[in-house]
Design a protein around this ligand. Structure first.
Ligand code: SAM
Ligand code: DTB
Ligand code: SF4
Length: 326
């Protein structure tokens, strides 16, 4: 019988999944994965930082926050021609989705005009469009949808209990409000979090439970491993145990069977073997290209070799479009 998406997971159930012996957990995750996806295919997105640094928020993990002394220099919004050239290159390299990130608390009205033009331009190249611009009002979400934005990325980052220890300039509830505005506007949701910010195993479970108990599961669930950024309060945070990372991917897969689970930031610091375990645990999406927003990512040759060694391949846009979260 197919695992149907549920939205009523309890803390006990999630805890019990994390406590399963590794072979049992992976078997269950793989079983669910195969009911909904071809386990040999991985969705591929490419990131572009259209406005870097100088951000007024104080996210303790982020190299782009103006609160911390980091090597990242603040830039203006990129010119349209430059963004479109990056999008073309991403498409040629095999990406199906282009994700534009801006270091804003929220877009201002004058930003909206420029960003909607970028969305139209990227969409016209035949790519799926995604943006991550901070908080949105319902009207801004509707404007982006009208411009052709397919996905909006807005992460809850961690559990509600741990959130205040990582960010003080906005609340967990603010994040949930923006997610609701994105949904109401009819866009797809990309929402996940970061492991390695001093959270407990319980916090990881609760973060996933919040995502899985949203009225509709996020279509895309990025699980990032903290990339320690020089000058930020979390620069020296303890590393995540690789098996704990893999377990978190597996639990995400089981809780949100029809969603794309993205093995997101932090792959550069992972062995190929850990990445392979993540794919076996149900991860089926990655960021492709040697730069994320400000930090590094494996280069395309490395990823091509990794895929070839595993007999896996990038998912075609047409195939991707047949999947729907619930
Ligand atoms: N400013 C917007 C916002 O925060 O919503 C969008 C850009 S922000 C950089 C997007 C996401 O990247 C964050 O929510 C966080 O989950 C992730 N991220 C940022 N810095 C990271 C780091 N050093 N390691 C891992 N993930 C990170
Ligand atoms: C997400 O969950 N991870 C991406 C994307 N959404 C926007 C960003 C990762 C950022 C990694 C650190 C950096 O490049 O500065
Ligand atoms: Fe700003 Fe986003 Fe970085 Fe937070 S994560 S400081 S909101 S760019």
């Amino acid at each position: 019988m197919q695992a149907q998406p549920r939205h009523d997971w309890t803390s006990e159930e999630v805890r019990a999944l994390f406590a399963l012996p590794f072979p049992e957990l992976l078997y269950r995750a793989q079983t669910v994965h195969r009911q909904h996806f071809n386990p040999c295919e991985v969705q591929v997105s490419t990131l572009c930082s259209i406005k870097t640094g100088g951000c007024p928020e104080d996210c303790n993990y982020c190299s782009q926050s103006a609160h911390f002394d980091t090597p990242v220099k603040a830039t203006k919004l990129m010119a349209e021609a430059e963004v479109l050239a990056a999008a073309r290159a991403a498409k040629e390299a095999g990406a199906t989705r282009f994700c534009m990130g801006a270091a804003w608390r929220a877009p201002k009205d004058r930003d909206m005009e420029k960003v909607t033009a970028l969305v139209r331009g990227v969409k016209a190249l035949g790519l799926e469009t995604c943006a991550t611009l901070g908080m949105l009002s319902p009207a801004q979400a509707a404007e982006l949808k009208t411009a052709g934005l397919d996905y909006y990325n807005h992460n809850i980052d961690t559990s509600e209990a741990h959130y205040g220890k990582v960010i003080t300039t906005r609340s967990f509830a603010d994040r949930i409000d923006t997610l609701a505005a994105v949904r109401a506007a009819g866009m797809k949701v990309c929402c996940g979090g970061i492991l390695g910010m001093g959270e407990t195993a319980e916090d990881r479970g609760e973060m996933l439970r919040t995502l899985a108990n949203l009225p509709v599961h996020p279509e895309s669930v990025p699980i990032n491993q903290l990339m320690p950024a020089k000058g930020t309060p979390l620069a020296g945070a303890d590393k995540v145990e690789p098996m704990e990372f893999v377990r978190t991917i597996a639990v995400a897969r089981i809780l949100m069977p029809k969603s794309f689970v993205r093995l997101s930031a932090g792959r550069e610091a992972m062995s190929d073997e850990t990445q392979a375990l993540c794919f076996l645990a149900g991860a089926n999406s990655i960021f492709y290209g040697e730069k994320l927003l400000t930090a590094g990512n494996p280069d395309q040759d490395h990823d091509r070799r990794l895929f070839a060694s595993l007999g896996m391949k990038p998912m075609a846009a047409a195939e991707e479009a047949t999947h729907h979260a619930a």
